[in-house]
Design a protein around this ligand. Structure first.
Ligand code: SF4
Length: 104
């Protein structure tokens, strides 16, 4: 049996990730690209496409890499991800990093 405090910690984590996702979705439409300090390249792990739920346009190729079926018209929050070090808290395995904040 899983102790209650493990469930509480899990719910806190999920709540924070959900709030971050909602915040990112809203802010991305109104702010300019804030990712000038972003470094690295996408390794197509697909983790950002599975935050809270898996995007219906996400699929995996035979070699295991992620693939977006609407990549060229994907929504702005997806285009800009990750915009800042806080975004990386939701996907610690992401291959991007930031000059001005490093990894959170
Ligand atoms: S989590 Fe980072 S490395 Fe993985 S697919 Fe998303 S942007 Fe690319």
């Amino acid at each position: 049996m899983v102790p209650y405090y493990v469930w509480v910690a899990h719910l806190q984590w999920k709540s924070r990730v959900l709030l971050d996702k909602f915040h990112r979705w809203v802010v991305s439409w109104f702010q300019s690209d804030g990712s000038s300090a972003r470094r690295g390249a996408c390794m197509r792990c697909g983790a950002c496409c599975k935050i809270i739920y898996q995007c219906p346009f996400y699929t995996e190729q035979a070699d295991g890499t992620g693939f977006c079926r609407i990549y060229h018209v994907r929504p702005r929050p997806c285009q800009l991800f990750p915009r800042n070090p806080r975004d990386l808290l939701s996907v610690p395995m992401c291959s991007y990093w930031f000059d001005d904040g490093g990894r959170p």
